[in-house]
Design a protein around this ligand. Structure first.
Ligand code: FES
Ligand SMILES: [Fe+2]
Length: 424
């Protein structure tokens, strides 16, 4: 194993001298990021090639704050699992795929590593800040005691979590309509509370009482207090050519805000779902609307995806095949159950080319493919370690392909701040 005795000062690193911290045995550190703590802060340490010197980096990606403990080493760089940004041993962001081959990552995308990291006597030592001792101490036979790994840093500004009080003022899906038979009831979880929804004499009501209970888009919805969200229209629901098929209802431990962001995001598709869509072209138009936005993304020649978001957590994603006239629409309708639980209702509308029909096998294959993609998204979401969607722009780093996500954040920041205009 190579042993590094070279102190690599971080340019511009400042006092105070806080000293060296033992963080792990050298033998523990390989090419998989290892979470450690030094000076009360979390870091990841790893080797960017087998046997190479140890690299220490901060624990979250600056883009969407994904924990870098889930990153992988690719060609001697650390690659974030969400959008494939790559970082060098010095923390420099060397690759942002959505910028295209000619794109240059902005300096703000760089990670700020510790002042120095070094191996000595079989241990990895980390100096978070410039220290007067240029090398870590000798252990002298004593076994160093690494500090416990601290919690990951959280955004400085507000985040929209699943129990945000503003969410009382919105319609939320809570059950498939077909689950609730005449004379029956379902028990559901919404915004940290239990609710029982009855259907009696064709009328829906909730216990505890809610401002409203309705059936819409094949789901039962509750508005705990007077809603101020704008409706999501679904033209496909009345298109006689569109075939509707539900995906199995599923659940995530991630809050609904980051999950909505993930489901809206097109830039992660080539990284997380390789082979599921044509080459992504970062051509995006975003139109802000009352209570939401519409984004149009070119996802390859002859293919266009239109994404409609309505606060808080409703998406309609329609991909048109311009050459054949076929279309595929996915609804994602999220139920914020608890701060660490979100239920995901998802429905497909499949529109075949004019003059053709879909077989049951073709519909089943589409459902299976969409379910596999959703499973990939939920697996990624499980590692986000997020308490909600950051609403302060400078808490994350936005690049042009993030325009739909920036609009989502603005919409939800407005929603959390106060009354929204009702749409016409
Ligand atoms: S590349 Fe890390 S979160 Fe986007
Ligand atoms: Fe995805």
């Amino acid at each position: 194993m190579a042993s590094s005795w070279t102190v690599r000062p971080r340019p511009g690193a400042a006092a105070p001298a806080t000293g060296w911290y033992p963080v792990a045995r050298s033998a523990q550190v390989g090419t998989t990021p290892l979470p450690v703590g030094a000076g009360g802060r979390a870091w990841v340490v790893l080797r960017l090639r087998p046997g190479a010197e140890v690299t220490a980096l901060p624990p979250r990606c600056p883009h969407r704050l994904v924990p870098l403990v889930h990153a992988t080493v690719v060609d001697g760089r650390l690659q974030c699992p969400y959008h494939g940004w790559q970082f060098t041993a010095e923390g420099r962001c060397a690759e942002i795929p959505s910028l295209g081959p000619a794109g240059t990552p902005p300096p703000r995308a760089d990670l700020t590593g510790p002042w120095a990291v070094e191996e000595r006597d079989g241990w990895v030592w980390l100096a978070p800040e410039r220290t007067s001792t240029v090398r870590p101490p000798r252990s002298g036979g004593a076994v160093p005691t690494p500090e416990p790994v601290p919690a990951l840093p959280t955004p400085a500004g507000p985040v929209l979590g699943n129990l945000d009080p503003s969410l009382e003022h919105a319609w939320h899906p809570v059950a498939l309509a077909e689950e609730l038979h005449e004379g029956g009831y379902v028990q559901v979880r919404l915004l940290g509370r239990n609710w029982t929804v009855h259907r009696r004499g064709g009328v829906l009501d909730a216990d505890p009482p809610a401002w409203g209970v309705v059936e819409r888009h094949g789901l039962v919805w509750i508005a705990p207090a007077e809603p101020r969200d704008a409706p999501l229209t679904v033209p496909e629901a009345t298109d006689p050519r569109a075939v509707r098929a539900w995906l199995p209802t599923t659940r995530s431990g991630a809050p609904a805000g980051p999950l909505t962001d993930l489901l809206l995001d097109a830039a992660h598709v080539p990284v997380v779902h390789p082979g599921t869509a044509g080459a992504h072209e970062p051509v995006t138009e975003v139109t802000p609307q009352a209570g939401g936005s519409t984004s149009v993304v070119s996802t390859g020649p002859g293919r266009r995806t239109t994404a409609v978001h309505r606060a808080p957590f409703r998406l309609r994603l329609r991909t048109d095949e311009l050459d054949t006239g076929a279309a595929r629409t996915t609804l994602f309708l999220l139920q914020p159950e608890d701060d660490d639980s979100t239920r995901v209702f998802s429905c497909l509308f499949l529109t075949p080319p004019p003059g053709t029909t879909l077989t049951a096998d073709e519909v089943a294959a589409e459902v299976a493919a969409a379910s596999a993609v959703l499973a990939g998204d939920l697996e990624l979401a499980a590692g986000l370690e997020s308490t909600g969607l950051p609403l302060l722009p400078r808490d994350e780093l936005h690049v042009p392909a993030d325009a739909p996500g920036v609009a989502l954040r603005r919409t939800l920041a407005d929603f959390a701040a106060g009354p929204l205009r009702r749409s016409a």
